[in-house]
Design a protein around this ligand. Sequence first.
Ligand SMILES: *Cc1c(COP(=O)(O)O)cnc(C)c1O
Length: 448
Amino acid sequence: MSNIAIHPATIGDLDSIQDLDTQHIWHPCFHLAASGPAIPIVRGEGERLIAEDGREYLDMVSSWWVNLHGHCHPHIVGAISTQARTLDHVIFANNTHAPAARLAHKLAAFLPHTPRLFYSDNGSTSNEVAIKIAYQYWKNVGESKRTKILSFESDYHGETLGAMSVSGASVFLGPFKDLMFEINRLPFPETWEGDEEIDQKEAHVFEALEDYLMDQGDQTACVILEPLIQGAAGMRMCRPSFLKRFVERVQSEGILVIFDEVMTGFGRTGHLFACHKADVKPDLICLSKGITGGFLPLAATLCREDIFQTFIHEGYEKAFAHSHSYTANPIGCAAGLASLELFESEQTLNKIADIEAHYKRFIQDLQNTMPSTIHHRVMGGIMAFEIQTPKAEGYTSSLGPKLRQQLQDRGLLIRPLGNTLYLLPPYCVSHANLDHTFEVIKEVLKDL
Ligand SMILES: *Cc1c(COP(=O)(O)O)cnc(C)c1O
């Protein structure tokens, strides 16, 4: 190196990762100055994360629901490394490349009803794209009065302003309420093992839907929803039969249905996509999170071919004028292809079925031995339940962080959502590590 000072604070051996982090970094969802410093993670391997001090954590939330096959899976590492040496990135307007074309082709084979794919780079933007396509579609076909959007209470679609507007999880909206556009919402018929009121709950939603359709059905552009599982709202689940009836009823009124499969995609529900499990054909589908196996930011919005065709026109005014710098990043697409190959070579859907069976035994155990746990539910690679505490309301809000800390102290990376505790591990998780996790959870719950 020359003797030119590149940066006033050159990183030296004496600066720990943690010190530098504390000085400079603004972490997501950080609110308490008194909360401990971030844990420096130096390595990932399968379902394990290894910290700088040598401690190991089991990543039971797949690092915010993105990881599928385990950290640093060699097959994806290899694909990324080869791609990075071949083509790093290229502007995607008027250019294309093999990883983008092949990944689109593979995804369309799984989702033949929506063969046309628009790339972006995160879950929020995949939803922005879907909403904008659905909205503009009606202008393109000359039905400009279709401008309304329908969704469910507590749905979550991301952090950009449009995605926030269609999200109903009010805790995230806070100071931005005045910037949001208005949409309509129906109650979500959440259910769990042994729920005796589910038929009434669903009937109530269908009544509300009929009222809505009568009133505003012909002015509605689209419905956007999290299929089968509302993730951020606390892994709230509905029945596949409900979703099927709902989607088909809405589509019978000509309304476009957008499935936000950002979380549910790539096996989380036990099927490759939630629309497979519910046996429906949404008009648009949003994918991100697991799309690269959890390695790189990438997203895709898939849509019906005839929707795409309405954007093709002599003039530019019907075009979809939307782009992102890293659209269809080749390295991300290569990771996506490698991840889909693993679904075949490692029989990933069988692994998920096995995890699901394991969960069911644990839940039975909880029902028998831990009466403070309620509303147990399982779907594919996800298990959740609520914790009831004898203490008053205000306590509940602090339960999540407290539990998280106690689980972390015992080597588990789990982030309860309020009083909902859930597991969503990488599909490579071993029986031994699942059983260990169950034991630690029971131990922590007993001490509450
Ligand atoms: C996480 C999530 C998003 C937002 O994705 P980001 O990549 O965080 O922008 C959108 N929808 C659902 C259902 C999600 O779970």
